[in-house]
Every structure is written in C-alpha cells, then in structure tokens.
Ligand binder design. Structure first.
Ligand SMILES: [Zn+2]
Length: 433
C-alpha cells in the first residue's frame, strides 16, 4: 500500500498552503499586520474564501450553529468514522499570517490533492472563527460550542462597540438559539490540528515538525499585598509595612520556583502599585500570576508552594496577602493511538522525531474533551508569534504535508482493518472521488 501519498507534490502543495495563508492575510481590520476578530467583516470574508476553497476541493460545505466553517470529504465503506482536522481563522490584534490559518488551509489543500482516492473514513475540516477570544474576552468559543461546552450566558456578552456575541454569531451565519448544543460525535475517530509552534524549540533544534505530547494546564490568579502607605522620609526603615517589597519578594520566589522545574512556567505579568508616588511607601500592590504545567497535580503543588511563599513573605513584613483564582484549565493529553500514528509518519518521512508540549492553548484542548486528539507543530522561524513578523518556511510545510499524507495512509490501514467490508485497498486510485 502506498505510504508516500503525495509523492513529488509535497513542495507544490506546501507552496499552495502558504500562498493561501497570504491570501487570507488580505482580510484584516488593520493595514499593517493582521487582525480578524469574531463578528467583523474581515473574518467573514476570510470564512467565505475558505468555503470556496473547500467546495473546490470537493467538500460538502456548511456552517455550524456558531458560524464555524465545516467541510466534509466523504470516504467509502460501511460504518466509517470521521477524522476532524482544523484550526482557527480569527487572529489577535496585530497578529501574523499563519497562526491558525495554516491548520485550516493545509487540510483543504490535502483534500484537493486526494481527489480520486478513496479513504475508509470521512475527513471533516473545521475552520473555527473564535479561538483567540480578544473581542469578547473568552477563548475557544467555537470549539466549546461544537462540543456542548459553551455557557449560553456568554451570548449576552458585548464587544467594546456594543455588539453582542449573539449578533456576531448571526453575522457569521450561525444560529444563536442552537449555540452550545453538542454535535453528535459518536462516529468521531479523533481531531488532529496542525499549528505553527509559536515558540523556538523546533527552530533551536533545526527540526521542521514536532509531535505534541499535550497542552499544558494553566491557572490565572490575582494577588493583593496590603501594607501601610506612609511618609518615605519620616518612617523608620524597620517600622515599615511596604507592600511593594513583599510583592517583589514574591515575584522573585515565582521565578525561583519555576526555574527549579523544567516543565513549570510561571509569570507575574502585571503589577499595580498604590499610591504609586515617589515619596510614599507603597501601601498596596495587586499583581497577576500565570502558572502553566503539563501535569495538573504538579501545577497544583506549585500553586500551594507559591501561596505559602506569598503569605510567609508578607507575614515577615506585616503585609497581608489576598489570593484569588480567576481561571483554570486542565492539561489536555494527546491521544496515544493517534500520536503513535503521527510519530510513525514522522519517522517514515525521514525526519527526526521530536516530542514537545504546547504551552499555548488551542482548539485541540477543547476537542480533546470529547474525542481522541493529536497535534503536529510546524517550526516557527525565530519563535515569534502573535506578531505581524510571524514567519513560516515552505520547506517545513512540505515536511508537514508529507507527514500528514503518511498519517492518513496509516489511519486508512487501521480503519480498513477495523471495519468488515471496507475496501481492501484504501488509498488506492479510484475512478470516482
Ligand atoms: Zn492559534
């Protein structure tokens, strides 16, 4: 059975995928850089172009209740299942050309290239429209709606210009009254997302692609340090209750703890000092804390240690500490079976096997709640993302094309063996697509 599915066409297919990312980049709310938020014309224009590409690739195209662009390529054989592939078309303000877009256009290009070949599974390409969550302040809303995990109260939420989420859903052809009703995934094989790495692990190691092991869990917190504001000239150094000094102790404790665990990432990104005057001892500080780890238990242990460090450090200075968890998401583990097929495909493509975690959130972590999930990262030259200078190398995309073709071939063999009566030689040339 043919394994090298796309043969000598990988470079051409990669070039087409990259050109399509550039074509989508024309749709933007801003001149320099890309900004396609949910509910705006730029994103709807991008979605309509993607619909045309899907139809051109022979997919049956529709929108789901949230406006997600859905294109299905039908396989052959009885009892066949569906492999979902996709990513998001929306971007952050001042974003790049490839974050999300690559994971939508690449499977469409591959579906087109598969014309005339039968697969013993359906391929369903998903173009999510609300992953970044900048305009409405909530991430992965399209995937949460599709999987029945979106709180319908969010539909009342408004963007800064007063548009409600329900109006934005309707604008993209969705049906607010059906938002949050889970689709039927009884026949789902799994979800695979191709995404740029958005970090420099692959670039530093000079590898084109990497297989994701899992998406890290994350906790977002707000802390307050409350001491006593007082005169900077008349208060004895030993008598002070300086909230900023206590907060500074804590910021360094966060760094020290994270540096002791290679997998722990912890950041204090925002600090508000009160009264923030040059001749007043800081009386209060509020700060943000972001903690990420691939293992939820390890993240919780780190949070306990940091809470203790904050309280103990504050206590030494007569500063009380408030601790509030604003949001948490559990780590998502990639499915062992799908990941094994991806790793085999990487090896068969003759490139080094690299396994790495994703420290950014993706639609894949939501899809993982209802079906097996796997991810393939493509190198981000320079590691820059969420920035207009985000880059992508066509040669790396060609490797991803090769890997995905070999992955499909392996999945085809697996599914053909599973379903009695399926075509004996899936992936062989057929007359009718
Ligand atoms: Zn993304």
């Amino acid at each position: 059975m043919q394994d090298d599915v796309f043969g000598g066409r990988t470079a051409a297919l990669a070039a087409e995928a990259v050109a399509r990312c550039h074509a989508l980049g024309r749709f933007s709310e801003i001149e320099d850089g890309v900004y396609r938020p949910f509910g705006r014309q730029s994103l709807e224009d991008a979605a309509r172009l993607v619909e045309r590409w899907m139809a051109d690739a022979g997919l049956d195209v529709r929108r789901d209740a949230f406006g997600t662009v859905v294109g299905r390529r039908r396989g052959v054989g009885p009892g066949r299942r569906t492999l979902y592939v996709g990513s998001h078309l929306d971007t952050v303000p001042d974003g790049g050309l490839y974050d999300g877009a690559l994971g939508v256009v690449l499977p469409i290009v591959l579906c087109k290239a598969l014309a005339g070949r039968a697969l013993p599974f359906d391929l369903c390409v998903l173009g999510f429209l609300a992953e970044e969550g900048c305009r409405f302040g909530a991430g992965c809303m399209s995937a949460r709606s599709l999987t029945g995990r979106l709180d319908r109260a969010l539909l009342e939420r408004t963007a800064p210009d007063g548009t409600t989420l329900a109006e934005a859903v309707r604008f993209h052809g969705g049906q607010p009254e059906r938002v949050g009703q889970a689709a039927d995934f009884a026949r789902a094989l799994g979800y695979v997302e191709v995404h740029i790495e958005q970090a420099s692990v692959l670039d530093r190691r000079r590898h084109s692609v990497g297989v994701v092991e899992g998406i890290v869990g994350q906790s977002r917190l707000s802390l307050t340090f409350t001491g006593q504001a007082d005169h900077a000239g008349t208060t004895e150094m030993g008598d002070r209750r300086d909230a900023l000094c206590a907060a500074a102790d804590f910021v360094l404790a966060v760094e020290e703890l994270a540096k002791a665990d290679r997998e722990l990432f912890a950041t204090v990104g925002r600090l508000d000092v009160s009264p923030n005057a040059n001749n007043v001892i800081p009386g209060a500080v509020s700060l943000s804390l972001d903690v990420r780890h691939p293992h939820d238990v390890a993240r919780e242990v780190a949070l306990s240690a940091l809470a203790e460090a904050a309280r103990a450090g504050g206590g030494r200075r007569g500063v009380s500490v408030g601790w509030r968890i604003d949001g948490q998401r559990a780590a998502a583990t990639c499915d062992a079976g799908l990941t094994r097929l991806l790793v085999e495909a990487v090896r068969a493509a003759g490139v080094p096997e690299v396994r790495l975690p994703s420290r950014a959130g993706h639609d894949a972590m939501v899809m993982a709640r209802v079906m097996p999930m796997a991810m393939l990262f493509v190198r981000s030259p320079g590691g820059l993302s969420h920035h207009p200078d985000e880059r992508l190398d066509v040669a790396d995309v060609a490797v991803a094309v090769d890997v995905m073709g070999r992955f499909f071939a392996r999945l085809a063999r697996q599914e053909a063996a599973r379903v009695p009566g399926a075509p004996a030689s899936p992936y062989e040339e057929t007359r009718a697509p």
